[in-house]
Each structure stands twice: as structure tokens, then as C-alpha cells.
Design a binder for this molecule. Structure first.
Ligand code: AGP
Length: 605
């Protein structure tokens, strides 16, 4: 996700702002920029690429003394990564500069309105509309102008605003994206998190949704969006910078697992209207006449693809085939112009998936990509790209991006159901569950210590068998992969019904079973498989639904999740399998962020 920093006070230089911005590099980005007020003017420098590129462009100005400055690292969501789309964005007069983190859902309507009023836009971003709305509302008081402007915005934002006629002021606002104010002696700061500010202060105000902050040198006042002043607690946080980069968590992987609720929100933002799913990126194609979808993916993305197959085939007449990309690309697949190819890749750079896309295109298929990186290779080769909007994932193991993929695929499936005329009350319940998922996720994430306690009992086992049926098999596959790739423990995933065809020969007291056993339509079948495993003296960790008391008789350890629609158990169980693997790796003394032999993006074959 994007990063914001801002400083206001007498003793800052351009170099201070750039150095603060570098403290946000860990968040991942594709471009960076700065705007500062000097001699009554706003100066803006921005460039695609690393902050060092920006620093090179600023080389003659780094020692310039400034009264206020804002800066930004951009993780592209609307508009490709390039100099023009980098933040900050300015209004027509060049007197207002804005940095923004989040997604403005109604930016297209606002942009059309502003163009009708004569405003000229330079970028493809949603952010630029904010600068022009402030310009439109400005009558001499920048705080009032920002207050009026943000009332017109739908969606999520954290913003910082400077105005050349108000050289000692920053106005900041927050709704749905984090923003923190740092309080100093004669100066004040804003940033997306406390990391860039720890060098200057340990005193912070964590803005809440609907807060607007007026920073005038060291004087900070907080208001609600309705204009009422409010007192926010100033919290003292004595953290080192390196710990703060991980949000106070020991590893990026744990931080990213904990970002699940925000990930769900970001993946759904702008895609649910009046009780139905409408993915804007798909406005250009007619889903109602698609009868066959071929999905290509690798690793975790392949598991997400399998979820999509189960979901769509269960609820529509559409045939879905799912192919491991490294196999698909060497076969003679039956794909043609009547087949829609769906390519799932969080990095958008996986070689096998890209080659599969190219093969499908040669065979006449239209390509829809689901990815997390704007401007990645897959977005340039697909006909349409649906963004996951998860923000960058630093840990090598996919965690929040798996959650985002399941969410986007569930939305896509629900849109297909609607467009092909299969919508019913059952699908409305699934959508309602999906909308509630962030709070359900928070609940499951709160069991992290319980999951660690269970992991401690199994940390010395050398093998695990993950089993599940239906959607539970998808969770079993992803759980086995997570455990393998970060704890280096051998883990296999099998459809529970397949055990008796051989794998059960492996089970004994040294081969525990991780049984995905929600109270869904296949529970009784899974229960029989668990009893078979128990009869071979295998220890069982079961992942079930709250209230299913018999699991404790069937299992050695039980981890439970709230009841949801059968189709959504892979989502609500994701934190369980991710946290179990994380704690196992951590307890074994490994670094879950950098597992041996693995890369974040497998760009080689
Ligand atoms: C998942 O934890 C792994 N890091 C790996 O399997 C990954 O999912 C696979 O390489 C696909 O990556 P992609 O989604 O970027 O294409």
C-alpha cells in the first residue's frame, strides 16, 4: 500500500523529508514524490522507481530549508506506475499539493464534474480529483476547503495537503486508511505509520476514521468531518525503527496475516453496489455468454483457482477447468475463442503463468488476470486485469494475497451467478457473509496464541497429512503448502475420501493429521475419515465450526472458526492454517519471511 510522510516546522530540509520517506520503503512501492513549500511556492518532484531516483533528481535541493513538506511512495492501484501518476498531485493553479493512500470509489464521477467546470487533469489516478476539489472549494482557508472536499469523497483515504499560501500548515484526513500525527517541540508530522517519525518524536495521535487534523508548526488540532473539534489521546510509543517497520510484529509474515481484515475490505471496495457484485474492470465483457473458463496458476494461486472452480460449477452452468501453469503450457490444451482464460498471479511475473497466458492467447482465448501489481507483465498481456489491492506482500509466503484472491474470486463467482441468471437468496447470504468477513477474520486472528500453543505440541513431528472434502480440500492444500514452505516439515494434502486409496498406509503415531472439518454439507463424511485416522493412532488437529462439541472427542486438538456459508470456509479458515505454519516455523527458529530456496516471484522456469 502507499506510504505518506509530512513535516511542518522551522527546522526541516528537503533531505529530512526524503529520509523519512525512505523509512517507508519496506511497504513496497513503484514510484515516489515530494511537494514542499518554499518562498511562497509549491515545488513538486516525483519519479517512477526507487526513492534514490527521486533523491538524484533533488540533488541540488536536498539542503533547501522548507516550512512544510509532504511525500509519498505509491503502490499503483489506478493508473500505471509512471512519473505522471506518481504523487503528489496538484490542482490547476499549482498552489495545492496532495498525497493519498486509499481508493476513491466515486473519482470517475467527480472527475467528469470537475472537467465540466474547466479543470485540466494530467494523470490517470483517482487521487488527482482531490487536489482539484480542494481548489474548487478554496476561498482563502485551506482547512475549510479540505473539510468541504473530503465530504464529497466515497471510498477510503488518508491524505496530506499543503497550500503555498499557507506555508506553515499541513491538513490531514483519514477514512479507511491509517494515518498518524507526530507531535514535536515546535514542529509536527504525519505518516502512514510511526516508523518515519520515531527519529523525531515518540508522541503520536492515531487518527480515527472521520478525523481531520490541522497542523500549524507544533500546534495540532483534531476535528471530526462535521467540523466539531475533538481531543484525541497523545500516545507515547518508545519503539525502535526496525521493529516499527513490521508494525510491532516480529515478522512481516505475521503482520501481513494480521492485515487480513483490511485486505478483505480493500478487495471488496468499489465492487458491491445495491446488494449485488459489480466489478468495474469487467464492464467491457459480457459474462452472460461465457460457458467455459480455463484457469491457469501456480502454488497458492492454484489453490485459489480451485476454490473458484468449486464455487462457479456449484452455482452456475459454467464449466471451469483449472490447470497448473507449468503443466498447461506444455500440453495441447482444448482452448479456443469460446474459452475465457483466467490467469491468477499475485506478482504478475510468474514465468509459467505468463507462458500459459501467451499459449491461451495464441489459441484465441480472451485473458482476464487477477493480480496484485499494477503494471506487472501479466497486466500488459491480459485483455482485462482485476486488481487485488492488497498492497505489497513482503513475506515470501503468500498470506494476505491468498485472502485477497479468494475474495476477488468469490466476487467474480457471484457476478457470474447474477449475470447468468442463477441468483437466489442463497447467494445473497453468501454475499452478506462476505461483507461481514472482516469482523469474522478479526475474531479468528485473536486465537493466534491458542494456535501457537497447539503448534508447540507438534513442533517436533516430521510429517503432516492435511485432509479435507470439497472446499475443505482447498484449505488442506493451502495449509500443507504453507507448512512445507516456511517450516520445512513434510506435509501432504489429500482429499479426505482418497486416504483409503493408499495414503492412510502412512499414518501412525508419528504422522499427525490436520483435518479441515467445518460443519458443512460434507462434515459427516469427513468425520468418518477422521475416525479412520484415529484408528491408526494418528494424532488429529481438527479445524471446525464453533459449537461442534464432538470434535474434541474425535481430535487431540481443536481449532474453531465462526459458522459461515459452506463456500466461505476457505476464507475464514485462512488465518488458522497461516498462523499454524507461521508459529511452527518461528518455534523451530526459522525466518518465515525468507524461507530457504524460495523467491517471492518465480520469474524463472
Ligand atoms: C505461496 O506461498 C508461494 N510463495 C508460491 O507458491 C506462489 O503462490 C507461487 O509462486 C505463485 O506466485 P504468483 O501468485 O505470484 O504467480
Amino acid at each position: 500500500m502507499c506510504g505518506i510522510v509530512g513535516v511542518v516546522g522551522d527546522d526541516f530540509k528537503v533531505s529530512d523529508v526524503v529520509e523519512s520517506l525512505k523509512r517507508l520503503e519496506y511497504r513496497g512501492y513503484d514510484s515516489a514524490g515530494i511537494a514542499y513549500v518554499k518562498d511562497g511556492k509549491i515545488k513538486v518532484f516525483k519519479s517512477v522507481g526507487r526513492i534514490d531516483v527521486l533523491k538524484e533528481n533533488l540533488r541540488d535541493r536536498l539542503e533547501d530549508e522548507i516550512s512544510a513538506g509532504i511525500a509519498h511512495t505509491r503502490w499503483a492501484t489506478h493508473g500505471a506506475p509512471n512519473d505522471t501518476n506518481a504523487h503528489p498531485h496538484t490542482d490547476c493553479t499549482g498552489k495545492i499539493a496532495v498525497v493519498h493512500n486509499g481508493i476513491i470509489e466515486n473519482f470517475r464521477e467527480l472527475k467528469a464534474l470537475l472537467e465540466g467546470l474547466g479543470h485540466k487533469f494530467r494523470s490517470d489516478t483517482d487521487t488527482e480529483v482531490i487536489a482539484h476539489i480542494i481548489e474548487e472549494e478554496y476561498t482563502g482557508d485551506v482547512f475549510e476547503a479540505v473539510m468541504k472536499a473530503i465530504r464529497k469523497l466515497d471510498g477510503a483515504y488518508a491524505i496530506g495537503v499543503v497550500h503555498s499560501d499557507h506555508p506553515d500548515v499541513i491538513v490531514a484526513a483519514r477514512k479507511g486508511s491509517p494515518l498518524v500525527v507526530g507531535i514535536g517541540d515546535g514542529f509536527s508530522l504525519i505518516a502512514s505509520d510511526i516508523t518515519p517519525m520515531l527519529r523525531y518524536t515518540k508522541n503520536f495521535i492515531f487518527l480515527e476514521d472521520g478525523d481531520v487534523a490541522l497542523l500549524e508548526d507544533g500546534n495540532v488540532r483534531i476535528f471530526r468531518i462535521d467540523g466539531k473539534a475533538i481531543d484525541r489521546e497523545v500516545r507515547r510509543i518508545d519503539l525502535s525503527e526496525s521493529v516499527a517497520e513490521k508494525g510491532g510484529y516480529k515478522h512481516f509474515m505475521l503482520k501481513e496475516i494480521m492485515e487480513g481484515p483490511q485486505t478483505l475490505v480493500s478487495a471488496m471496495t468499489g465492487r458491491i453496489k445495491e446488494g449485488f457484485v459489480r466489478i468495474p474492470e469487467l464492464d467491457e465483457i459480457d459474462l452472460s455468454n461465457i460457458s467455459r473458463i480455463n484457469v491457469v496458476a501456480c502454488g497458492t494461486s492454484y489453490h485459489a483457482a480451485m476454490f473458484f472452480k468449486y464455487f462457479v460449477e456449484q452455482h452456475t452452468d459454467v464449466d471451469v477447468s483449472v490447470e497448473v501453469a507449468s503443466e498447461f503450457r506444455y500440453r495441447r490444451p482444448h482452448v479456443d475463442d469460446k474459452t475465457l482464460t483466467l490467469a491468477i498471479s499475485q506478482s504478475g511475473e510468474t514465468a509459467d503463468t505468463l507462458e500459459s497466458v501467451r499459449l491461451a492467447k495464441r489459441l484465441g482465448s480472451n485473458i482476464v488476470a487477477i493480480t496484485n501489481v499494477v503494471g506487472s507483465t501479466i497486466t500488459r498481456e491480459a485483455d482485462i486485469s482485476i486488481m487485488m489491492n492488497s498492497g505489497p506482500e513482503i513475506g515470501v509466503a503468500a498470506t494476505k494475497t491468498y485472502v485477497a484472491q479468494l475474495t476477488v474470486l468469490a466476487l467474480l463467482g457471484l457476478q457470474l451467478i447474477k449475470d447468468r441468471g442463477f441468483w437466489s437468496g442463497r447467494h445473497k447470504r453468501i454475499l452478506d457473509n462476505l461483507i461481514r468477513m472482516p469482523e469474522l477474520f478479526e475474531n479468528v486472528l485473536s486465537f493466534s496464541n491458542d494456535i501457537r500453543s497447539v503448534a508447540k505440541k507438534y513442533v517436533n513431528f516430521g510429517h503432516f497429512m492435511y485432509i479435507g472434502r470439497g472446499y475443505g480440500y482447498i484449505t488442506a492444500m493451502e495449509g500443507a503448502l504453507k507448512l512445507k514452505e516456511i517450516s520445512y516439515i513434510h506435509a501432504e494434502a489429500y482429499p479426505a475420501g482418497e486416504l483409503k486409496h493408499g495414503p492412510i498406509a502412512l499414518l501412525d503415531e508419528n504422522f499427525p493429521v490436520f483435518a479441515i472439518s467445518p460443519s458443512d454439507s460434507l462434515y459427516l463424511k469427513t468425520k468418518s475419515n477422521m475416525i479412520e485416522c484415529k484408528a491408526r493412532n494418528a494424532r488429529i488437529i481438527s479445524v471446525g465450526t464453533f459449537g461442534n462439541d464432538e470434535l474434541s472427542d474425535l481430535s487431540d486438538d481443536v481449532l474453531s472458526v465462526p459458522r459461515v456459508a459452506d463456500e466461505l470456509y476457505p476464507l475464514v479458515m485462512a488465518p488458522i492454517i497461516q498462523l499454524f505454519a507461521y508459529h511452527m516455523a518461528d518455534l523451530k527458529g526459522y525466518d518465515p519471511d525468507k524461507p530457504r530456496n524460495l523467491a517471492k516471484s518465480v520469474t524463472v522456469e
